[in-house]
Design a protein around this ligand. Sequence first.
Ligand SMILES: CC(C)(COP(=O)(O)OP(=O)(O)OC[C@H]1O[C@@H](n2cnc3c(N)ncnc32)[C@H](O)[C@@H]1OP(=O)(O)O)[C@@H](O)C(=O)NCCC(=O)NCCS
Length: 190
Amino acid sequence: MDTPTLQTPRLRLEPVALKHAPHLQPLFADPEVLRYLSAQIPQPYPAEGMQWFLEHDLLPRVDSGASVAWVLVLRETGTPVGLLVWRRHQSDEGDRGFWLGRPYWGQGLMTEAITAFQDHVFFEVGLERMELRSGIHNHGSSRLKEKTGCVKIGEAEGKMREGSIVGVWEITRARWSALRRPAPSHEKQR
Ligand SMILES: CC(C)(COP(=O)(O)OP(=O)(O)OC[C@H]1O[C@@H](n2cnc3c(N)ncnc32)[C@H](O)[C@@H]1OP(=O)(O)O)[C@@H](O)C(=O)NCCC(=O)NCCS
């Protein structure tokens, strides 16, 4: 499956490529970014870690069709600022993973990226449902999920850097449609 480029008001979501590694490396090798992610990610993060991850892990998964991966690029400056991965087969990590470099937090950028991503998977690809996971202490990720139509459906064991419990969340096309395309007011009143 080809990775389409997606646009938001401030971001371009481009297919990830090896050329992005030097830009993503310093943003990802930040203990605050790694704090709520999988305990399997080494910390301190190795100097060539992102290059290795893209070349030997993520891009092969993209090539095989198992994952779709976008780098988040600021439209104004062309700066790569984060990553968003959709795992198309069920995994213990959930169907989606994302991170943004710390200088870019708190500006609504990931909300924009997730909005474009969910429009794509639900309205273009035609997916019915996704199951997502994140550490229960990751309040930013939980809030982002609530804001973008996800509902917590339980908890499970997980190997996160911070704790061993993850929240299990779901988002359905029906729920996303209702958020994005609310029924006209005359229909709501019926
Ligand atoms: C989680 C993360 C992607 C959020 O990105 P962001 O662009 O800063 O998020 P947004 O600005 O779109 O914020 C979305 C909502 O979450 C809230 N939020 C963001 N970070 C928060 C935090 N640390 N604690 C509590 N709420 C937070 C925002 O206030 C906003 O809610 P509001 O509109 O009600 O105010 C970013 O902090 C990050 O990359 N963290 C490290 C990696 C990570 O945890 N990835 C997720 C793994 S599941």
